[in-house]
Design a protein around this ligand. Structure first.
Ligand SMILES: Cc1cc2nc3c(=O)[nH]c(=O)nc-3n(C[C@H](O)[C@H](O)[C@H](O)COP(=O)(O)OP(=O)(O)OC[C@H]3O[C@@H](n4cnc5c(N)ncnc54)[C@H](O)[C@@H]3O)c2cc1C
Ligand SMILES: NC(=O)C1=CN([C@@H]2O[C@H](COP(=O)(O)OP(=O)(O)OC[C@H]3O[C@@H](n4cnc5c(N)ncnc54)[C@H](OP(=O)(O)O)[C@@H]3O)[C@@H](O)[C@H]2O)C=CC1
Length: 492
């Protein structure tokens, strides 16, 4: 393999998503003399724009899909190679691409993201949403649909059930409440009325498509290996409307039915149902292309099923044949320098699992912000290692923080927002004004360790400070959430 190398780069980064591109930017600016290669399966790269540091740890930004030439013009030391990596040979420090080329590296960073963990593979009626292509396929299928079933209870399901119009939505969740990956039952209760109410004007407007289509890269035959993951506001550019076209003007007819505490028992096509003893189901349900049987005994016919059931790190098949340590969730095990178990190989973003001893207030979630932070930190570590400089874990891994929007409410999550890992040894303070705000504080030993802020609470900065400084809040008791006290002044 060594003699076949077309060129050896000092740094090679695999993946043009937010983690890979941020890593490239960091390396190119920190070590401008080094040859850097970005190898990515898709024709476009993702770029962070309008970056805003909202507070010490909270950040907001937009993400744009761009041609890679923009990056190459900015960094003359950078070569972008558009081909999927077919195999990695850590012993010879080389990668082989789908178009048959071999490149050497001194240090490599794997940022190949994740792909949807589908309920079932190869069923044309079960869709996942990950990248621009899959979002467009979903949009196309939705435009002809009268009823869809959404399975899953995380970020994608929360966004879809709110955004889809003109189509009946059956939402099947495993849990007793909606949004288990982000919320507890109280917050879910607060959000439910927004599902039943009319959407506000701004959220209900029909919008134009903004995303471009990525051509699959040579060799990228698997549906979900070509493009980068979508991110904040991905649905804003896409009309998510079913057959009932008039509903864009009449959001009242928008229907979501929830099926709680159930999983999928079986998925049948209409042909399979015709030939099975359960064909009476077909008659009861009308005629649909596909039927889904849930563990609560109900069966629904629908046009298609959306499997919004999480992601699996993209490690196969191109990393096979090496000795990478994998975490329980299948991610590449990385230490506090973003290094995998293979020499000179780093990883960042959705593909990796942070296996260092976490700060008591941080946890990994496969999110846009963490992909950016990990890509940036991996770049810093790679540069520090070649320059023989010391480097410590960055402050951004001290406190988990996430800003997003669900059901048209601003949502801020801080620290152990759901009491993750705290056991019974914690208490909660709550303040809730229906339709306006939901504030939950998690206290452990009298100190604030997490918070969920839904709505325009304006509390994020103060709470972030209280969590970071671990002040004993016992003397304040429930006054902490007294709406008549200006908490910002209180703790100044
Ligand atoms: C529908 C949707 C909505 C989301 N909304 C939000 C949100 O609102 N907020 C939020 O924080 N997060 C959100 N996320 C999560 C967020 O998008 C991801 O956490 C983030 O994009 C991960 O970035 P990444 O760079 O690690 O991976 P990706 O963006 O998946 O990029 C991986 C890159 O690797 C390339 N690649 C893969 N395999 C190979 C190979 N073998 N060879 C070469 N290149 C390869 C791909 O082409 C791609 O460029 C959302 C995700 C989805 C799917
Ligand atoms: N605004 C935001 O911040 C958004 C973030 N994202 C991110 O994008 C990624 C993909 O989103 P998504 O697919 O929603 O993943 P998530 O990990 O957010 O949610 C997956 C959901 O599916 C459930 N689930 C898993 N397997 C099954 C099954 N077999 N049957 C029924 N339910 C199942 C999970 O339950 P359990 O947890 O019990 O396993 C969980 O509720 C995630 O990293 C997510 O954080 C996506 C959209 C918006």
């Amino acid at each position: 393999m060594a003699d076949k190398k077309e060129k050896t780069f000092r740094f090679v980064i695999v993946g043009g998503g937010i983690a890979g591109v941020t890593c490239v930017e960091q390396l190119s600016s920190q070590v401008p003399s080094a040859d850097v290669a970005l190898i990515t399966a898709g024709p476009h790269i993702k770029a962070v724009t309008n970056y805003k540091q909202v507070s010490k740890t909270l950040e907001e930004f937009d993400v744009e899909e761009r041609p890679s030439s923009v990056l190459e013009e900015k960094f003359p030391n950078l070569t972008v190679i558009h081909s999927a990596v077919k195999s990695l040979h850590t012993q010879s420090h080389s990668v082989e691409t789908a178009d048959g080329r071999v490149f050497g590296y001194e240090k490599l960073c794997i940022c190949s993201g994740g792909r949807p963990k589908l309920l079932t593979q190869d069923n044309p009626y079960v869709l996942g949403i990950r990248d621009t292509d899959s979002a467009q396929e979903f949009q196309k299928r939705l435009s002809k649909a009268k009823r869809i079933v959404v399975v899953g209870n995380g970020g994608i399901a929360l966004e879809l059930v709110y955004e889809v119009e003109g189509c009946e939505v059956i939402w099947a969740v495993k849990d007793k409440a909606i949004g288990n990956t982000f919320f507890d039952a109280g917050a879910a209760q607060f959000l439910i009325p927004a599902l039943e109410a009319d959407k506000p004007e701004s959220a209900a407007t029909c919008k134009r498509t903004r995303y471009t289509t990525e051509e699959p890269a040579p060799g990228a035959s698997q549906t979900f290996t070509a493009g980068s993951a979508l991110g904040p506001d991905w649905h804003e550019g896409i009309v998510l409307r079913g057959t009932e076209q008039s509903l864009c003007a009449n959001p009242k007819s928008w229907r979501v039915s929830l099926e709680y505490q159930c999983e999928v028992e079986k998925i049948f096509t209409s042909e399979e149902l015709l030939n099975s003893p359960q064909q009476t189901l077909r008659l009861e349900n009308g005629s649909w292309p596909v039927y889904i049987q849930l563990t609560n005994g109900k069966t629904f016919g629908c046009d298609f099923v959306v499997s919004a059931t999480g992601v699996v790190p993209n490690t196969e098949p191109f990393l096979n044949g090496n000795n990478f340590a994998l975490a329980d969730d299948g991610g590449l095990h990385v230490d506090d320098h973003m290094m995998t178990s293979e020499p000179d190989v780093y990883a960042a973003g959705d593909v990796c699992t942070a296996c260092w001893e976490h700060s008591p207030l941080w946890q990994q979630m496969r999110l846009w912000t963490q992909a950016r932070q990990m890509g940036w930190f991996a770049g810093r570590c790679m540069a520090a290692h070649v320059l023989s400089e010391p480097i410590e874990l960055d402050f951004c891994f001290e406190l988990f923080s996430h800003i997003t929007k669900f059901f048209n409410y601003k949502v801020v999550l801080l620290g152990k927002f759901n009491g993750q890992g705290l056991g019974p040894d914690h208490e909660l303070l709550l303040r809730c004004t229906k339709g306006q705000e939901y504030v939950k504080v998690v206290l452990s030993g009298g100190r604030m360790v997490g918070a969920v802020l839904i709505g325009e609470t304006d509390l994020e900065e103060t709470f972030e400070n209280l969590i970071l400084n671990q002040m004993d809040l016992t003397p304040y008791g429930e006054e902490l959430l007294n709406p008549d006290i200006d908490i910002e002044d209180y703790f100044d």
